[in-house]
Design a protein around this ligand. Structure first.
Ligand SMILES: C[S@@+](CC[C@H](N)C(=O)[O-])C[C@H]1O[C@@H](n2cnc3c(N)ncnc32)[C@H](O)[C@@H]1O
Length: 273
């Protein structure tokens, strides 16, 4: 079985980030987080997997102190581009760390941790995903909150994920403003249906207008978490689930919902009775 690396398309270069900026323009999650926080509050917020700052920047503009962690230099550079355009007092509220969230010590004493934007899909195993919930527990103040927002999969692996055909033009395929083309393919090369684990061969071709081509290929692992698993991790690490929704518009959750969006309070902090 080809071993998965934690290499990602986001790690390649700014062309990928530009396409990501073009595609990922939804704001429902930002509106939901703002609604959950409420008004006239200034929180200390941590966003692991912060990427291009899509969620982080609007929260900083609301006066919150934000720390973002991401391992992709191009994604963080995109975030910095957005931050440079902000007033100084808002810029002062933002700190970015380039690091792997699984190996880097998370800063401490936060009121809110955001595990949003389907970030658990960035990780190859349930152990890595569970670790993020435990790290959130460690970094939150007592009675702090966790916003966990991810697609979920109940039961065995979705048959669509098991197909071994090469899928052309998968995410983040697109065309940059300078005419550079980004072409991405994805092919499932291994799966474990019962444990909802996959390994995919991903290829990215970046073709500039003058025909220069950069090609990258790697094996990427993914575990599709179930709501049952995410609930178990939250409970194991001392969180009380105050709400769960089926999408970012607060629709009631069912196992057929597209997402599982949790708002959970840390009621059992490590070392407290
Ligand atoms: C889907 S993007 C989410 C970006 C942002 N939160 C959003 O909502 O637009 C996932 C991000 O996770 C980052 N990432 C993936 N694995 C990571 C890891 N192990 N450590 C740190 N960042 C990681 C990628 O670099 C990418 O920027």
């Amino acid at each position: 079985m080809n071993q998965a690396s934690n290499y990602k398309a986001y790690d390649i270069d700014y062309h990928i980030t530009e396409i990501y900026d073009q595609i990922e323009t939804q704001t429902e999650d930002i509106s939901l987080i703002k609604d959950l926080i409420g008004v006239n509050r200034s929180l200390r917020i941590l966003e692991p997997f912060c990427g291009n700052g899509w969620i982080l920047v609007p929260l900083a503009q609301d006066g919150h102190e934000i720390v973002g962690i991401d391992k992709s230099a191009p994604m963080l550079e995109s975030a910095r581009d957005k931050i440079r355009k902000l007033p100084q007092n808002v810029r002062n509220n933002i700190i970015l760390h380039q690091a792997n969230v699984l190996t880097h010590e998370w800063p401490q004493d936060f009121d809110l941790v955001i595990l949003g934007g389907n970030c658990l899909y960035e990780l190859a195993t349930p152990e890595e995903q569970e670790k993020c919930v435990s790290l959130a527990r460690n970094t939150l103040k007592a009675n702090g909150y966790l916003y966990l927002d991810n697609n979920h999969m109940e039961g065995d692996l979705n048959p669509e994920w098991r197909k071994s055909a090469i899928l052309e033009n998968t995410f983040p395929t697109g065309v940059c403003s300078d005419g550079t083309q980004v072409r991405v393919t994805t092919q499932t090369i291994w799966y474990d249906a019962e444990n909802r684990l996959t390994r995919s061969r991903r290829t990215v071709e970046i073709i500039t207008p003058n025909g220069n081509t950069l090609k990258k290929e790697w094996i990427e692992g993914c575990h599709a978490p179930s709501t049952f698993e995410m609930k178990a991790w939250l409970s194991k690490y001392g969180f009380n689930i105050e709400n769960i929704w089926g999408d970012r518009n607060k629709s009631p959750y069912t196992d057929d919902s597209p997402q599982a969006v949790f708002w959970a309070k840390l009621v059992k902090k490590l070392g407290t009775a």
